[in-house]
Design a protein around this ligand. Structure first.
Ligand code: AMP
Length: 251
């Protein structure tokens, strides 16, 4: 079985986000970019499934500007076998990404499609659900445990839901999106970073895949959250209770 993993290049999680002066988006010029953390978890899970002898190949896919190749190289250095870069200069929204993934699934025919549960730049949490719908494949979102049954061609997924865990059994092929507690992604070692340089990366464009990526939504404005007021230090619990009662009127 082949596993395809969608990995997105995003502003690094440790960078303090700045809104562009014209409010059309967030600043990405001269900002450190990295692989979306949930996508690292997705790659790690694919590698563990392969290492357990349950998959034959891990293919990493990234869509966006030419710099996405760096993100793919990170995935290849972690252990993915090859990459696919779908080059697009205009912003890609979840429905376009889902349509491109569907087109690639038709070319590559993976048995499992792994995605992060959400990208930390747009926080959409839509792409996995949309591609599962387009492919008409079963979906296990927010996975915190994934167990493949090769003989039955099924996968059991534990999902973190409000108030506990939900366990689903999906027929393969399926779409799974990864949550934070699924695994701890590995660091790429120096020899593997070197090896990754010679792993193949296939190039596509949305046009070549016959996918129209004209956005059907428009970002009207991006603004910073209001500045938080400074807090105050209180000297006793009694003082706190007094303020909650008489100033904030919450108790
Ligand atoms: P979102 O629905 O935007 O929150 O993204 C959820 C997941 O979809 C991400 O964690 C990735 O696995 C995948 N994804 C979204 N955009 C891209 C992209 N441009 N390239 C590759 N994968 C993507």
């Amino acid at each position: 079985m082949k596993i395809m993993v969608a990995i997105k290049r995003v502003v690094d999680y440790a960078v303090k986000i700045r809104v562009k002066p014209d409010r059309t988006g967030v600043e990405t010029q001269n900002v450190k970019m990295s692989m979306n953390p949930f996508c690292e978890i997705a790659i790690e899970e694919a590698l563990r499934i392969k290492e357990a002898g349950l998959a034959s190949e891990v293919v990493a896919v990234s869509m966006g500007p030419v710099q996405c190749v760096d993100t793919l190289r990170t995935g290849l250095a972690m252990g993915a076998d090859r990459g696919i870069h779908v080059e697009a200069t205009a912003p890609l929204y979840p429905l376009s990404v889902a349509k491109i993934l569907k087109a690639l699934v038709e070319v590559e025919k993976p048995g499992l499609l792994l995605l992060g549960k959400q990208a930390i730049d747009d926080d959409c949490n839509q792409t996995g659900q949309m591609v599962a719908g387009l492919l008409n494949w079963p979906q296990g979102t927010f996975a915190s445990k994934v167990v493949i049954d090769k003989e039955k061609q099924e996968v059991t997924v534990d999902r973190e839901v409000d108030g506990g865990l939900e366990t689903l059994c999906l027929d393969l092929p399926a779409v799974i999106t990864t949550d934070l507690r699924l695994n701890q992604p590995r660091y790429a070692t120096l020899p593997n970073i070197m090896k990754a340089k010679s792993k193949p990366i296939k190039k596509f464009t949305p046009q070549k895949l016959n996918v129209n990526v004209k956005p059907d939504l428009e970002v009207v404005e991006v603004t910073e959250p209001p500045k938080r007021k400074a807090g105050i230090l209180l000297s006793s619990v009694d003082e706190l209770i007094d303020k909650l009662k008489n100033e904030a009127h919450v108790i």
